[in-house]
Design a protein around this ligand. Structure first.
Ligand code: GLA
Length: 562
């Protein structure tokens, strides 16, 4: 049977019938594939009929022309179809999403991103040629479940290059996309006049006041369906900021009002999941704020897949519009709480994971070909000379500053830090990247040291550089409680279950379980634990590795239940 999904005046029609899209965002790249089925069932059981996902270009093209894991998107769409859910795909190429660089690859340094710069479009076209056929073959018109595809993402928040948007739409069509294309933007004149495309559906993103938002949309697009493509029912956190939540009753009230207006909706997020590894992004308005690893988002379905109060409130509302939904599945099993002793360690500098080079100036991460991790920059301040200020000009994002082998300061981005030292002196800066800005005009930023290191006015040259990708070392010695080291422990599991890692008393760093990087931790919070999905564990022996940069705590890792 050939199916279809079309826009008909102010409504959507699915196979000829009026249809309300009740969608929820869940990013396949933020949930372990073995858990997709459970989470999709949860979305469905909440009363949704559709799942929405972005596609992060940088995950799929780690180096120019080198593609990986492209089959994940198709597998996810198939899992959604299996669950009986329709799907909306938002392939970018820019996605925002609190994801490193808004999904743009870190190596896009020679082009003007998010414009019709031919150099940029060549990269986009090459990526779309790899990706879009897997979406096209899963469209509802071809027996699949994809009903809509987004062009760019909130482009009105960024620019006015209509030729760029038109190019993206034409590329999607050229690769066979025949379901409705759409844009999504803030509900205001400047957004909607910059980010929409004549002939494509315009949707709006907001968290509250649906009447006002849709009034604006209607003014721009009379006679078209109303769709809130991102109903922000929760929010995300920055490191060292407050934990942000959205009152369940307040969110439910907005949802109720959106639906009462006859609109379609996509809950952002229905299930947030985790920005594993170093994938979380950052915001920069006045200053730079890195985003935490958890993407729980205070969503109705929590990071570990559990239903929250918001889930039950939303379910009551959504089921009035979509009564035929499955039972809420059982919550996944959790591991019993335990403490894992850290019994081995190795210093970062001795771990054998570093890649050494020399350069007259301190190269950026991008010049070193390093996506994330740490870079050690060493040089000498000539002397004798009296004390002057040592400053890092363009620090992205944080540096431990050593003088003659001794830790003297930790510099932060945007902080105007300086250290008075005399010459001669041997200096080392160990610079950590905390995630690339994913929203606004500062997109496409570099990491490391952007302009240089100065003593007084003088730039220092002649650098010895060691790049440390985020990899687990091969060998560990007896444990020594020294920061800037990897620590290792082993633990036995009878039957895999979900757990959370906590490191009370520790400072800042990264955690791996069985070689998989869970993300960052930092005593400054607000995130205090890292989610370990059960499928990362195996019955029998498991390994945990911690890279601690600031301060070593008690030599154990706590595994806690939800
Ligand atoms: C915007 C973007 C999303 C996300 C949200 C905030 O709406 O389109 O990708 O960044 O903000 O979570």
């Amino acid at each position: 049977m050939s199916r279809n999904f079309v826009i008909d005046g102010e409504s959507f029609r699915l196979d000829g019938q009026d249809f309300r899209v009740l969608s929820g965002a869940m990013h396949y790249f933020r949930v372990h594939p073995s858990q997709w089925a459970h989470r999709l069932r949860m979305l469905h059981a909440m009363g949704l009929n559709t799942v929405e996902t972005y596609v992060p270009w940088n995950l799929h093209e780690p180096r120019p022309g080198e593609f990986r894991d492209l089959e994940l998107l198709g597998a996810f769409l198939d899992a959604a179809a299996e669950e009986g859910l329709l799907a909306i795909v938002r392939p970018g190429p820019y996605i925002c999403a609190e994801w490193d660089n808004g999904g743009l690859p870190w190596w896009l340094t020679d082009v003007r991103v998010r414009t019709s710069d031919p150099g940029y479009l060549r990269y986009v076209d090459r990526f779309f040629a790899e990706l879009i056929p897997s979406v096209a073959e899963r469209q509802i018109t071809r027996g699949g479940n994809v009903i809509m595809v987004q062009v760019e993402n909130e482009y009105g928040s960024y620019g006015t290059d209509q030729a760029y948007l038109r190019h993206l739409a034409d590329e999607l069509i050229a690769h066979g996309i025949e379901v409705p294309l759409f844009t999504s933007d803030g509900p205001g004149d400047w957004w909607l006049t910059g980010g929409t495309v004549p002939g494509l559906l315009a949707t709006v993103n907001f968290g509250s006041e649906p009447e006002r938002a849709f009034e604006t949309l209607k003014r721009h697009r009379p006679g078209e369906p109303l769709f809130c493509m991102e109903f922000w029912c929760g929010w995300f956190d920055h490191w060292a900021g407050e934990h942000i939540t959205r009152e369940p009753a307040d969110a439910a009230d907005s949802l109720e009002r959106i639906l009462a207006m006859g609109a379609s909706v996509n809950l952002y997020m229905a299930h947030g999941g985790t920005s594993f590894g170093s994938w979380s992004g950052a915001n920069r308005h006045e200053a730079y704020h890195a985003t935490i690893s958890s993407y729980d988002y205070d969503a109705p379905i929590a990071e570990n897949g559990a239903p929250t109060e918001k889930f039950w409130l939303f379910r009551d509302i959504l089921r009035r519009y979509n009564p035929d939904v499955p039972e809420v599945p059982q919550a996944p099993a959790a591991l019993p709480p335990s403490a894992v002793a850290l019994t081995g360690s190795v210093r970062l500098a001795d771990a054998g994971t570093g890649i050494r080079s020399t350069a007259p100036f301190p190269p950026t991460f991008e010049e070193l070909g390093l996506e994330h991790g740490l870079v050690s920059y060493r040089t000498r301040v000539p002397g004798p000379r009296k004390p002057y200020k040592l400053v890092v000009d363009g620090l992205h994002d944080r540096a431990h500053v050593f003088v003659d082998g001794e830790l003297r300061a930790v510099f932060s981005r945007d902080a105007d830090d300086a250290l008075e030292i005399p010459g001669p002196a041997e200096i080392e800066l160990l610079v950590e990247s905390m995630g690339r800005t994913n929203f606004g005009p500062h997109l496409g930023e570099r990491k490391g040291i952007l302009r240089g290191v100065r003593h007084h006015q003088q730039f220092l040259h002649d650098w010895e550089v060691t790049a440390y990708p985020l990899t687990v070392p091969a060998g560990f010695g007896e444990v020594v409680a020294e920061p800037r080291s990897f620590f290792r422990g082993e633990f036995d599991v009878a039957e895999p279950g979900d757990t959370f890692v906590e490191l009370p008393g520790w400072g800042k760093g990264y955690v791996w379980v069985n070689g998989f990087c869970l993300g960052r931790y930092w005593e400054r919070g607000p995130q205090q634990r890292l989610y370990v999905p059960a499928p990362l564990l195996r019955a029998g022996a498991n390994e945990i590795v911690v890279l601690e940069l600031d301060q070593v705590g008690p030599l154990e890792v706590r595994l806690t239940a939800a």
